[in-house]
Design a protein around this ligand. Sequence first.
Ligand SMILES: [Zn+2]
Length: 75
Amino acid sequence: MTMREVPLRRRDDLTEWHDLAPADCEKCGCNYFYAKDDPDIVWDPGKAWDEDCRDRDCACHVSPVVGMRRSGEPL
Ligand SMILES: [Zn+2]
């Protein structure tokens, strides 16, 4: 059985589906995802720290943006 770690598609906070691409948080090095069709829409890891996380107090952990725009603009 193959475990698929990376979800290929997720829904944003409304109902749109997006193809996702992985990226590394610049501050702590953890993995997050962004929508390929709109990189401003992101899915932060929240409490899912990577083993080599450099900063567990990073905003992507303490106030994760999940299926919404990083910039705070409405979807
Ligand atoms: Zn981070």
